[in-house]
Structures are given as structure tokens and as C-alpha cells.
Design a protein around this ligand. Structure first.
Ligand SMILES: Cc1cc2nc3c(=O)[nH]c(=O)nc-3n(C[C@H](O)[C@H](O)[C@H](O)COP(=O)(O)O)c2cc1C
Length: 197
């Protein structure tokens, strides 16, 4: 495993997680999750996600378990679902609180529609000391998914100077279909009371 790159993701229903697992596998790097201890399942949870994203509201985030301080990685790859045309409020919370620690950043967004949502990358950049170096806008299960994912992988590997491991596409595609069909509930803890605008 290389220690130049770390992948950090938030995933409500498992699609971004699946994608980030593939990316971390190909880059042979660490993978860590972030969440915010807010109940985001069911219809109310869905609504909360949409409202939080629209209002750009963030809440206290979980500790991100990485082997080294974030500032020590050559590249931090951040993965988030799109909520209401914006990055998830959980990822926004991480960027807001810790974006300044990250030397160079690459983004992965996953979404359900065909739209590319490229404006989200600029929104996310406002929390960094310098603009991101690579990005991927992916719709799990779509025909372009593998092409754009692999383009992104080449960009990240080239930037960090690490070799790429080939992804076994059949397994990845199957897992991807499963992820696309699932609505896996995520965090089921009481709502955190800390809020920030
Ligand atoms: C509250 C909410 C709002 C969403 N808004 C959008 C949207 O504006 N555009 C879109 O294409 N997908 C939207 N989606 C779909 C997710 O972005 C998509 O299913 C994503 O891949 C889910 O990732 P996850 O499984 O990692 O949570 C939304 C999902 C939720 C829960």
C-alpha cells in the first residue's frame, strides 16, 4: 500500500462507498469514512439531507481514521454523493473543518441523473488553500462510468507518482449494479445537536 494517497468518503446508501472502494483498490491506498451522526435514513432523513445541502448547513463530523495527518498525504481523494445539486453536507462539513489541512485534493461525486454537476467542484474548492487537481463526476451503473473512473485514476496516479492496479471489471460491475439497486441505511444514531450555518 502506498502512503502518498488517502481516499475519504461519505456515503448514505453505499454507491459512493462502492466507487471509492474501487478507487482505493486501484490506487492501492488507504480508505476512510466520514459521517456526521445525523439520522439520514427514511423519508425524513432524505428530506433532512436535501435541506441541509440546500442551506449549506453542516454539523459536527466524525473522527476520520487515517494513518497519517491529512497534511502528510500528497493527495487526498474525497468522495461524496450529490444532494440537491450540491455536495453532501457531510462532505461540506469535512471540507469546512479540515480542508485547510489538505495539500492537494481530488474529488469524486456520484449522482443519480445524467447531469455532470461540474459546478460542485468549484463550490468545494472554496474550502481549500488551492484548487483541486483532478475530479470525476460518476453515475453508478451508467455506460460512461468505467471510462471516466479510469481517466480519473490515471490523473491521480500520475499526480502522486504511484502505479495503478487493474480493477477486475466483472466483479466491479456486479458490485456496482448491486450498489445501484440498494438503499442501504447508513447512520442510525440520534441527531447531533451541533449545527452551523
Ligand atoms: C437528498 C438527496 C438529494 C439528491 N439530489 C440529487 C441531485 O440533485 N441530482 C442527482 O443526480 N442525484 C441526486 N441524488 C441521488 C444521489 O446523488 C445518488 O443516488 C448517489 O449516487 C448516492 O450516493 P450514496 O449511495 O453514496 O449515498 C440525491 C440523493 C439524496 C438522498
Amino acid at each position: 500500500m502506498n502512503n502518498e494517497i488517502v481516499c475519504i468518503y461519505y456515503s448514505r446508501t453505499g454507491k459512493t462507498e462502492r466507487t471509492m472502494r474501487e478507487i482505493a483498490y486501484a490506487l492501492d491506498c488507504e480508505l476512510a469514512e466520514v459521517h456526521d451522526n445525523v439520522r439520514r435514513t427514511g423519508a425524513l432523513g432524505w428530506l433532512r439531507c436535501g435541506l441541509d445541502a440546500m442551506r449549506r448547513r453542516t454539523r459536527a463530523i466524525s473522527r476520520v481514521e487515517t494513518a497519517r495527518p491529512l497534511s502528510d498525504y500528497k493527495l487526498v481523494v474525497l468522495g461524496t454523493p450529490v444532494w440537491a445539486g450540491r455536495c453532501s453536507s457531510v462532505m461540506r462539513g469535512l471540507l469546512k473543518r479540515r480542508g485547510y489541512e489538505m495539500a492537494d485534493v481530488a474529488y469524486v461525486i456520484t449522482h443519480g441523473s445524467e447531469e455532470a454537476y461540474r459546478g460542485i467542484f468549484d463550490q468545494m474548492d472554496q474550502y481549500l488553500l488551492k484548487p483541486h487537481v483532478a475530479d470525476a463526476s460518476l453515475r453508478p451503473g451508467s455506460t460512461g462510468y468505467i471510462f471516466w473512473r479510469d481517466q480519473f485514476l490515471k490523473d491521480c496516479a500520475g499526480f502522486a507518482g504511484v502505479p495503478l492496479r487493474p480493477i477486475l471489471e466483472e466483479e466491479a460491475a456486479e458490485a456496482n449494479r448491486e450498489a445501484a439497486a440498494s438503499e442501504r441505511p447508513r447512520v442510525e444514531t440520534p441527531q447531533n445537536s451541533e449545527t452551523e450555518q
